[in-house]
Design a protein around this ligand. Sequence first.
Ligand SMILES: [Zn+2]
Length: 76
Amino acid sequence: MKCPFCNTEMLHGYLNCGTAIWSERKHIISTNPDSKEKYALHLEVPMMSPHQIESDCCPKCKKLIIDTSDYENNLG
Ligand SMILES: [Zn+2]
């Protein structure tokens, strides 16, 4: 896909990671969401290998694009 910011062809790959949460707020202690925050891409501690989040990276402006629709979230 083309980068929506600079129109460069993006690299397709994987965000290899452990526990993670994208949230409106900073998490200091744990990555568990509370009842008030909006969150996406909540990942528990992986059992074996890291989570592999299919995504695209722009080699020019270095932005990552992640489709979070298949992951745990409370965005509705
Ligand atoms: Zn770009």
